[in-house]
Structures are given as C-alpha cells and as structure tokens.
Ligand binder design. Structure first.
Ligand code: ADP
Ligand code: MG
Length: 749
C-alpha cells in the first residue's frame, strides 16, 4: 500500500501520546484507519450569512469580531456561562455558551471568529446558543465574509462531520486531524479498477474521501458513501469468488450418478418430493459427480424436508463405495438422524452407524445395534463404505476415514460453538456465546480444515490431496441478498416450500392481563399429555459497561427468576425444567433429553433452545418479551413446536406498544413463510441485528449496504467480471491488498 496510508498517526503533526491512546480506542493506528473513520452524520452549517440577516431563530453561520466576552458562574447550578457579542459591518448579535469557561481566553475580545449553530429567541431578542466556533484572526482586523475561504474551515460553515467519539477525543479533535490529510491523498490510489468506476458511476477514491468527510453538499456526501459501500461489497465479493475458484482447483472423488438407484429410493418413500426438494437433490447429485469438491449450503425452513435431500446424496455416495459423514451439533440430534436415516437406507443395503462420545451403533445386514467404538473405527479405517452419523466425536484424531467422500453438517448455526469459543478465547468456556454468521462461517472453515487434515493424514484409497464434498444444512431462512453477499463462495440450494398438508401453528399475541388464561391453557395441554416451552426475553446488552460474563449473568438471572416463578407459584404440580447458556453442555443435553423423553412438562429457556431437535409432543411455545427478538428468530422458536400430529400454538407476550411493536408481532402471527419473515427482518432491523450480533468482521458500511439488493448484485457482477479477466488479480495490486487486509480482519488467513 502507498506509504502515505501506512504512516503511523504518531508521525502526524500535533499527535502526541495522549491522542495516540485515544485514537487507539477508536481502532485507529495509521493514516489509513483515520481516513476510514467516517462520520455518523453531518451538521448542516451551510447557511452562511451576515449578522444583519439573522432575524429569526434557526441555524446560521456567520463571521464576526468578538466583543465584551466574559464568563460568570450561575452558582445555583454550579455552571459556567460565557457571554459575548459578535459584530460585523452590518450589525451585532449576542452569543452564549454553557460549561466552557476557557472560551473567554481562547476567543478573547477582538478576535475574528466564525460561529455556526442554533440561534434562539430569548427575552425579546435573538442570540446564538452554544455555537461551534473557529478562530480566523486574532488581531481584531475585520475580515469580510468575501475574504474568508470557507474551505479552510473545519468546524463551521458548510456540512460539518460528526464522528464516532471517545472520551477525551471529540469530533472537533478528529476533524482537526483528518482535514489536513484530505489534500494529500495520492490521486493514483484506487482499489476499484477505473473501468468499474466508470460503469458504476462512482467517485474516485481521493474525491470520495474528501466528500465523505467534508462534503460540499448532501448529495455529494451520499455519492461518496455509495462509492465506499460498493468498495466494501466489491472486496467482499471478490474475496468470496476467489475462494470459490480455489475450491475448484482441489480434487475430490467423482461419484458417478446412478439415477435408477436414486429413483428406487424415491419410490420407497411415503411421499413425493416437493419441487424445490427435487431441485436441491439434483444439485447435490450433480455436484458430487464433479472432480472437485462440492461446497454447498442447503437452506430450508424448519420441517421443509432437508434430511431426505441430504439422504439422497449420502445414498449415492455410499452406493458408489465411499464413506459419508453427518455431523450434528448435539447427541440428541445425532440420534434422531441415525434413526431416520437408517430407516430410509435399510432396504437398500446402505449401512448406517452412530458415533457419539460414549457409544457406537450400527445398522446393517447381519449387524444390528451396539458395537464397540473400536470396532467401528477399524471399519472406517478399512475402506468400509457406510454412512456415519455423529457429533464432534467423529472428527477426533483417532477416527481415520480411509474413504471419506461426503461430509454433511447439520444446523451449522450451532455447530462447533464450544470448540470455536475455546479456540478463540483459548480457555474452557462452558457457556455458549451468541454467534454471528461470520463466526459460524469461520467455525465451518475451521471444521472443513480439520476434516481436510484428517484426510490428509491418512493415505487410504481416496489418496492424498483429496478433499471430500461438503454440504451444510441450515434451517434459518437466509434472504437471497445476504446469501449472495455472505456466502458468495458457496453454492446454495433453497427449499422454498413446505410439504403439503402441514397444520398451521396457531399464533397469537397476548397481553399481560391474559396470563392467567394462558397458564390455565398450558395446564390443560399438559393434562392432555402435551409439553410446553417458555422462552425468556433476551436482556438487551448495553453498548458498554458490561463485560460478556456480566451480561450472561444478567441473562441467567432473568431466566432463573422466571423458572422460580413458574415452578413454584404457577405450575407447582408440573415438572418444570430449566435451560440456559451458562449450563455446561452435558447438562444442557441432559435437560433436552429429559424434555424430549417426556420427563418434563414445561421447559423454561433462554434462546439457546434454538437447536433443531424434534419433539413431536411439544405443542405450546410461549415467548416472553417477544419484542426483543427479530422476526427470523421468533420464527425459529415457533418451529420448535408443531412437529408432531397435534395442533400446536405459539403465544407472543409483550408489554410494550411503542414504535409499531404490536403491529410487527401481529404481522408475525399471521405470517408463516420463513423466507419472507427473514427478508422483512433484514429490511427492518438491518443485517447486523438480523444476525443478533453487530461485530461480525464484515465492515459496517458493507453490512449496512447488504439491504441494497442492486448494489450487492452490481458488486457481485463486477467481481466476477474482473476475476474472469484476471483470475490472480495480478494487474490489480491495490485490490489484491484490500482483499489481503480483509482476510486478516476476519481471520480467514
Ligand atoms: P428439516 O428440513 O427441518 O430437517 P425434516 O427433514 O426433518 O425437516 O422433515 C420433516 C418431516 O417432513 C419429516 O418427517 C419428513 O419425513 C417429512 N417430509 C419430508 N419431505 C416431505 C415431502 N415432500 N412430503 C411430505 N413429507 C415430507
Ligand atoms: Mg433437520
């Protein structure tokens, strides 16, 4: 990168140790960082007038000479008040400042200043109240407005940037540092190729930097912002597309298509696949016949039938003589998959095994039921073609696959959470941190690499340097823009419709006064043999002041209180269970197991319950503080019920009615399409909120722009075009650098 950008801020004039420390707080170490510290908004001080023309309240800028300035103490309020008069050739106006006692010294009598800010009416006259100011001349010489060069001003006149600040470093200080840099930006620098700039009609880098910090107009500021949004999306897209290309240079076993065999399995099912299920299955079968690894995401709402689609891919793989693995985030889920899959596979001589931490099972001709883990591991090492379903126990070092050709990760949203937490924090965290999408992608990458290494370490019949095909399944419907923007390196199959004949979950928004009724309803359901979930509201995490463990403690306190209330007062006769993120994962599994086996009637839980376990007997979902959750997440909770034959219910409780909350919840109660809800969520709450976590590694601006479908598509198209022209980006060194920087930022490299 150009040396100009790499300069440390400590090399800048006027930046001493104090500012270095403050700037570091804002994540600013170099000139580059400083330039990318964009304003949140602008103060509009462009109404520059002579004093005579200030006749009524409003926002004005003017140039005048300071007179009669003095500070006094409004002692009853222990507040300093500075008052003065400002005059020019046309008139005079009073000025007042609060709490800035040093002003009388920094802009003494006779000083020429520009002030910008609010003019208010008080005691029959109008005056400037706490305006921003900027010293022009100290010697009392009258400078006329015509003589004044407003482009030299930093804090007054025109559109003035207001930055994210930190204690001890205000926007005023930041402007002071940034303004002088803007004229020195090398004109030749731009990571967006010239041709792209022209066709997308984007401002060049140096101009955009000037306009985003000190815009000449609101329109130009918006244009500059669009340019940087595009830049971030473009870098992101190019990075992802490069990954995709790299993936295609790897080698994977070619699994030949046996359509007749697949047809026979389909004929054995009690239902016909939906249109998008068929499409997804075909995508997978086609992909695994390629000589390079499949890297596909299967995205479909809860209950849309992802398992059978994956099963067809597994069947094809094992039928061709290879091994396939299904990884589930919890033991319960692994067991559920094992049950389902072995039933589908049994008539077709496809052997299925389960491998969890304390147990191994196998279903095959001749063999049925428990085997030792050792025996299973031996089979895997000896080219036995079968499908192994398990938890992380499957990718331990001592489990060697000689012939692994397909890896499927289910509910990857929750997968690898603990390992990743341990990896990142290098400690034995027992709680489950909320994960951002990027975290998940990263844990997948780590997982993928682990698998790859496992394979590399063993030269079985698959041979060295072979990578298995990879499929991840997610039940969180992902809007298309986000999918394209964040998973551009993956191919995606969407299952859009649910199989016909599903019972709708009756969804209702309830008010506090309906609680008694609700509890009576739950008692009735339980006496009919059903079970209920009660989800506790998420405690809003304050922006600062609380550390992660403190926050978790608060969240836990809320769920504990609810649990106490429900188990002791409301349902003393029912079996009430408790689930939250601070429980050890074995304990969590244990509670879920009890609930799924019907040993608990009511499960009180924080949002950790989101995993895709099937509990056909659970028919009631109560969500407390429903307004605290996004639509997509509410939909996930709702998907925990209605998985059996019983009519199911989802009740949303919220005591708030501000900002259209009731309307939003009522809308949710009537909507059942997870993809549509996710799309709405994205529009309402934005991508950062959509994922529940703001810090995702994706630059803020890009995150924000993910709502702009056209811009995302545009960035995607041009990234593709550039890579097509120059796969290694040799002729685009500046773009290359941005990509490298981006990869380090999200720790992918
Ligand atoms: P998910 O996508 O949530 O993993 P599953 O694969 O568990 O969903 O499928 C949910 C249920 O729907 C299963 O019982 C499955 O047998 C059934 N199912 C899947 N596809 C169809 C279909 N096309 N028609 C009817 N039922 C189906
Ligand atoms: Mg599933």
């Amino acid at each position: 990168m150009d040396a100009f950008f790499e300069q440390s801020i400590s090399d800048l004039k006027g930046v001493g140790a104090y500012y270095v420390k403050k700037l570091a707080k804002l994540g600013i170490k170099t000139v580059w960082d400083l330039l990318w510290h964009f304003p949140n908004r602008y103060e509009d001080f462009s109404n520059f007038v002579s004093i005579r023309d200030i006749r009524e309240p409003g926002v004005y800028s003017t140039l005048g000479i300071v007179e009669k300035i003095k500070t006094r103490r409004a002692w009853h309020k222990r507040m300093f008040i500075t008052e003065g008069v400002l005059y020019d050739k046309t008139g005079a106006i009073d000025v007042i400042w609060f709490g800035q006692p040093y002003l009388a010294r920094s802009i003494p009598q006779g000083c020429a200043v520009v002030v910008s800010g609010k003019v208010v009416a008080r005691d029959n006259k109008i005056l400037f109240q706490s305006p921003a100011y900027e010293v022009i001349e100290r010697h009392g010489r009258t400078v006329s407005a015509e003589e004044l060069k407003t482009e030299d001003l930093k804090h007054t006149a025109g559109l003035i940037p207001v930055y994210p600040e930190t204690r001890g470093l205000t926007s005023r200080g930041i402007r002071f540092l940034i303004k002088p840099l803007l004229g020195k930006i090398p004109k030749t620098y731009d990571s967006i190729p010239k041709a792209v700039l022209r066709s997308v009609k984007l401002m060049p880098f140096d101009q955009a930097m000037r306009e985003i910090h000190f815009p000449q107009s609101v329109e130009l500021a918006a244009e500059a912002k669009r340019r940087f949004a595009f830049e971030e999306l473009f870098v992101l897209q190019t990075t992802l597309l490069q990954y995709r290309k790299q993936n295609q240079t790897l080698h994977a076993p070619e699994i030949k298509q046996d359509i007749e065999f697949i047809k026979r399995i389909l004929a054995s099912l009690p239902f016909e696949l939906t249109k998008t299920q068929k499409q997804a299955a075909w995508d997978i079968i086609k992909d695994i016949s390629n000589p390079y690894p499949m890297n596909r995401l299967l995205n479909g709402d809860v209950g849309s039938g992802k398992t059978i689609v994956a099963a067809l891919g597994i069947a094809a793989t094992v039928h061709a003589g290879y091994q396939a693995v299904v990884l589930a985030p919890t033991e319960i889920l692994a067991r559920q998959h094992f049950e389902k899959l072995s039933k589908i596979f049994e008539p077709f001589a496809i052997e299925t095994a389960l491998l969890v931490s304390h147990e191994a099972r196998i279903t095959s001709e001749g063999l049925h039921g428990a085997i030792t883990k050792q025996a299973l591991k031996t089979m895997l090492r000896q080219d036995k073609s079968l499908c192994v379903i398990g938890t992380h126990a499957v990718i331990q070092k001592d489990v060697l696959f000689s012939n692994l050709a397909l890896v499927i990760v289910d509910e990857q949203h929750r997968f690898g959470v603990n390992q990743r937490a341990a990896l990142l924090h290098n400690s034995n965290h027992t709680h489950t941190p909320e994960l951002s999408e990027q975290d998940v992608r990263q844990s997948e990458k780590i997982l993928h690499k682990e698998l790859h290494d496992t394979l590399e370490n063993h030269s079985g019949s698959l041979g060295r340097g072979m990578t298995p095909h990879f499929l991840s399944m997610s039940a969180t419907p992902i809007p298309r823009t986000l999918a394209l923007a964040l998973w551009g390196d993956l191919d995606i199959s969407f299952i859009r419709e649910l199989p016909q004949g599903r019972k709708k979950i009756i969804s209702k928004v309830l008010f506090d006064y309906q609680r008694e009724e609700l509890y009576a309803f739950i008692k009735k359901q339980v006496s009919d043999g059903r079970q209920a979930f009660v989800i506790c509201p998420r405690i809003e995490k304050p922006d600062e002041g609380l550390s992660e463990p403190q926050y978790l403690a608060l969240d836990t306190k809320a769920v504990l209180e609810e649990y106490e209330k429900l188990s002791k007062i409301v349902f003393p006769d029912l079996r009430v269970g408790l689930l939250h993120g601070k429980l050890k994962s074995e304990l969590k599994e244990d509670v879920m197991k009890k609930f799924s086996q019907g040993e608990l009637d009511v499960l009180v839980s924080t949002s950790v319950v989101e995993v895709g376990v099937d509990i056909p007997n659970a028919a009631v979902m109560v969500i407390e503080g429903a307004d605290r959750f996004g639509l997509a997440q509410l939909h996930q909770f709702r998907g925990r019920v209605g998985r059996g034959a019983y009519q199911s219910y989802c009740f949303l409780l919220s005591s708030l009615d501000a900002g259209g909350i009731q309307k939003r919840l009522q809308g949710f109660a009537k909507a059942f399409d997870g993809f549509k809800l996710a799309e709405q969520d994205l529009q309402i709450r934005g991508p950062g909120e959509f994922f529940g976590v703001k810090q995702s590694g994706i630059p803020d601006l890009a995150m924000h722009s993910l709502r702009d479908i056209e811009l995302v598509m545009c960035a995607h198209t041009y990234a593709e075009a550039i890579l097509k022209k120059d796969a290694t980006l040799e002729s685009y060194p500046m773009l290359q650098e941005r990509i490298k920087e981006f990869k380090t930022e999200i720790h992918l490299e």
